[in-house]
Design a protein around this ligand. Structure first.
Ligand code: SAH
Length: 219
């Protein structure tokens, strides 16, 4: 799977690409993440990517030309990505959305900045996506969130695929509680059943906890 990101801050993605599961997925050749600097596609000598808003009002907007130029360049190189743009009012991102994206071959995420992007950019966009009802100062943190959750779902990226199966939201329930050593800490004990070695009972207990916790925390 290939991710492309249009951004004016490509270095935002360096640490992301170098770390943990994402880095492993890239190393294994299962996914690539290419942050494309919109400034490289600005035509004027000052490499301007933003401009004032028609009709007045505060702030600046990302200009259409660098975005269209960068998109045309991707197309010329033979790519045909599914195109997302980050918008606070977009389709709310969730696990189901992540699953849908994990089945695409190529995804482009256009990151807004300032007051957002020129509306004409929407003519190349398949979906607007939001990571929640709050305002970020740019689409980059949203793109990180989206890519991280999608990359986990690409077969082979997460070492033990069973861990995907028990992730919260994978079957409508949240995850069960887990413990590690020591068996007792500050007077708090690990539930006896988890130390019993009875795998049938443990599975049942975990299922019950998933139902209980879903009811309590996410009814
Ligand atoms: N003035 C705009 C907000 C601009 S925030 C408004 O009132 O709606 C700057 C950019 O950050 C946006 O263009 C968008 O790309 C990104 N962004 C902000 N909040 C976001 C969110 N909750 N989810 C996804 N992207 C967001």
């Amino acid at each position: 799977m290939k991710f492309f990101v249009f951004t004016i801050f490509p270095h935002f993605f360096d640490c992301f690409k170098e770390t943990g599961i994402v880095a492993r997925g890239i190393e294994k050749g299962l996914v690539s993440v290419e942050a494309i600097n919109l400034r490289d596609y600005a035509k004027d000598k000052h490499k301007t990517v933003d401009d004032v808003v028609y009709g007045g009002g505060p702030g600046m907007l990302l200009k259409p030309e660098p975005i269209f130029e960068a998109y045309d360049d991707l197309k010329r190189k033979g790519h045909n990505p599914y195109v997302l743009i980050t918008e606070p009012w977009g389709r709310r991102f969730n696990q189901e959305f992540a699953k849908e994206l994990s089945e695409k071959e190529e995804v482009l995420i256009i990151c807004g900045r300032y007051e957002g992007v020129d509306e004409r950019v929407k003519s190349i966009v398949d979906e607007e996506v939001s990571i929640g009802d709050f305002i970020l100062s740019g689409g980059e943190p949203a793109a990180l969130v989206i890519m991280d959750s999608v990359i986990r779902l690409i077969p082979g990226v997460v070492g033990d695929e069973n861990s995907l199966r028990v992730d919260s939201f994978s079957d409508g329930l949240i995850g069960y509680p887990n413990y590690t050593r020591p068996a007792e800490y500050k007077g708090m004990k690990v539930p006896e059943i988890l130390r019993s070695g009875d795998h049938k009972k443990i599975a049942l207990w975990r299922r019950w906890k998933q139902i209980e916790y879903t009811y309590k925390k996410r009814p």
